[in-house]
Design a protein around this ligand. Structure first.
Ligand code: GLY
Length: 395
């Protein structure tokens, strides 16, 4: 009788875990998403009210609100966050703000001097088009993809990342650049543009060949010789050391190759993304939010980076859909990351954190910049991760 009772209890507990998907006392992911979206909407409205005309939010650092012109690489994340909030809430005020802060990025479609056009235009115009079908957004995306593709060097087989510090690098390519390929692939698929497709796939293939170590961790920067495509050096810029594993770089690699598998159907990209995921998982601490560099643990009071955690969570949810045998493991990590980011430690209440959503991002620690601060890309990928979780239809 006692044994039966225990079995019945076990079956009941298992049933309740699989229905609700939470341990007892935890909020459901649906409840968390609802609460975060309300908080995020309030932040974004307050942000608009305090943002000077033509400027873009960057961070709140040393008690100062830092904002930029539209050419800073992060200019698409604030409108992109608002598109995600609108997607969930259908709040017309947020939609109007998303449109306003998207349209001000219009000149970026002609930028040929930097690789981040992909981040800037796809998070803003790309989400705007996806949600509204506004055909006026398409030429901006198309022009932006072509401007970005003009940075392709066929001898190297890569898009150039940066044009600055020419005294240091001949042709620098950073792992972050994988993210910009989504804009090119979207236009290539829509227009049937084989040349754009060639550029994006060749860049991904060259990155796969040259950026990764044998354990599938990635260098931050590979510098090439444009004359013959040979490699000058491999190094870090924002990480702890050249041979360390800068957390956000690993996150861009995970997200970038998962996205490239979605956009091309290529199995090689899926294999790469899965190898990167398996490399990352053992480095994550209990709460799922990585230290800003996987190899910086010895530093006293070292910092975790909310942005890397958010990017990884969103990427792992997408990857889980392509790898059935690892799906539950990836989702368990992503859920832990999203729950941690939604906790009081990371999620700022409206009226605090200078109207940014998350705390504790690490931008460029070696330069002493953006250390333990809010970052717009942490906010953006956190909201994206929550929406991707909701799309799983689990709760
Ligand atoms: N793409 C620049 C960074 O991740 O900080």
């Amino acid at each position: 009788m006692k044994k039966l009772f225990i079995t019945a209890l076990a079956i009941f507990s298992l049933a309740s875990i699989s229905c609700v998907g939470t341990q007892s006392g935890e909020k459901s992911m649906e409840q968390i998403t609802k609460e975060v979206m309300e908080v995020a909407a309030a932040h974004c409205k307050n942000m608009d009210a305090t943002l000077p005309e033509g400027r873009c939010p960057r961070t709140f650092e040393r008690n100062r609100f830092v904002h930029t012109d539209i050419y800073w690489w992060c200019s698409g994340f604030y409108p992109g966050s608002m598109w995600y909030i609108y997607e969930y809430t259908k709040d017309e005020e947020i939609k109007a703000l998303a449109e306003k802060h998207t349209l001000k990025l219009d000149p970026l479609q002609w930028v040929t001097t930097d690789h981040d056009v992909g981040f800037q235009l796809f998070c803003s115009y790309g989400n705007g088009y996806r949600l509204t079908g506004n055909e006026d957004y398409v030429p901006v995306l198309r022009n932006g993809a072509k401007s970005l593709a003009s940075r392709f060097n066929p001898t190297i087989g890569s898009l150039r990342s940066w044009d600055f510090k020419k005294e240091l690098w001949d042709f620098p390519v950073i792992i972050d650049n994988m993210m910009n390929l989504e804009l090119i692939m979207w236009v290539a698929n829509r227009d049937g543009d084989e040349q754009l497709k060639h550029v994006a796939k060749t860049h991904a293939n060259t990155t796969m060949k040259n950026h990764f170590r044998s354990d599938y961790s990635t260098y931050h920067l590979v510098d090439y010789n444009p004359k013959d495509g040979s490699i000058n050096k491999k190094q870090t810029v924002q990480g702890f050391a050249d041979e360390s594993r800068w957390a956000r770089g690993q996150a861009w690699a995970l997200y970038g190759f998962t996205m490239m598998h979605r956009m091309t159907g290529e199995q090689a990209y899926l294999k790469q993304a899965t190898k990167v995921a398996e490399m990352i998982l053992p480095y994550l601490p209990e709460d799922g939010i990585p230290y800003w560099d996987f190899n910086s643990h010895d530093i006293p009071n070292d910092l975790q980076d909310a942005s890397a955690g958010a990017i990884m969570a969103s990427a792992l949810i997408e990857l889980s859909g392509f790898v059935p045998e690892r799906s539950e493991a990836y989702l368990a990590v992503a859920e832990r990351q999203l729950r941690t980011l939604a906790s009081d430690e990371y999620l700022a209440q409206p009226g605090t954190n200078n109207n940014f959503i998350l705390r504790h991002g690490v931008g460029h620690k070696p330069a002493g910049g953006e250390v333990d601060v809010p970052l717009t890309y942490a906010d953006y990928y956190f909201l994206e991760g929550l929406l991707r979780w909701q799309a799983l239809g689990r709760e």
